[in-house]
Design a protein around this ligand. Sequence first.
Ligand code: FES
Length: 94
Amino acid sequence: MKVDVNGVAVAVVRIDETLYAIADRCSHANISLSEGEVHCGKKELECWKHGSAFSLETGVPSTFPATQPVEVFSVSTNGDEVFVTRRAENGEAS
Ligand code: FES
């Protein structure tokens, strides 16, 4: 699911009961990752344009042509509400 978080496009993915949030922009080109395929076993999101797959946990691509990671976000829930927050450089939520 594509969501807007304070002007930043984010793809929120659910695998079983775990939520992941990853920038909704492929690092290879300006393509929406939320339109790609989720690989549940590998916890990856595949870009539909050229096939690079990005880790939902780290944002690092495991396949070419993308070589740069995309930003991943922290996700928390409170009841039916989902909160997406940017991670600081040291990995802590901010
Ligand atoms: S635009 Fe995503 S892999 Fe090329």
